[in-house]
Design a protein around this ligand. Sequence first.
Ligand SMILES: [Zn+2]
Ligand SMILES: [Zn+2]
Ligand SMILES: [Zn+2]
Ligand SMILES: [Zn+2]
Ligand SMILES: [Zn+2]
Ligand SMILES: [Zn+2]
Length: 138
Amino acid sequence: MGFWIGMNYICIFHDWKYSPCKCRDCGKTRVKKHKWDGCKCSQCNTIRNEQHDWDGCKCIRCGRVRDKQHKWDGCKCSQCNTIRNEQHNWGSLQCKRCGQGVPCPICGRTMSIINVIDEREGKITVGYCDTCKKTSRP
Ligand SMILES: [Zn+2]
Ligand SMILES: [Zn+2]
Ligand SMILES: [Zn+2]
Ligand SMILES: [Zn+2]
Ligand SMILES: [Zn+2]
Ligand SMILES: [Zn+2]
């Protein structure tokens, strides 16, 4: 129960009936009344950044992702889609999984994928190294 002053809601009597830890009216929470089930309050679904239930890199309760124990499928984590620069599945110009350009054969840097107009073949897609200013064809 409460009233509004401009944009602010002033709650006079918090309504704890709906859940003992969160006022239904204003959303105020009583930290001590939360019923923690790992990282999540089972009464009001508030998430705390403690005691997550990690399955690899992802918490099965709240979906939070950590940068640890990824489940790598080649270069990509199958749980959170993080990309690592290892074990790419190279096609002729880019990684078939994550789309990263192949390394430049001269300097080893990642090549950009660009479209160029070829006199004979028309529009073609090639790899381009910014450093060496070289293109490589598929
Ligand atoms: Zn309230
Ligand atoms: Zn709660
Ligand atoms: Zn969690
Ligand atoms: Zn991951
Ligand atoms: Zn990749
Ligand atoms: Zn290069």
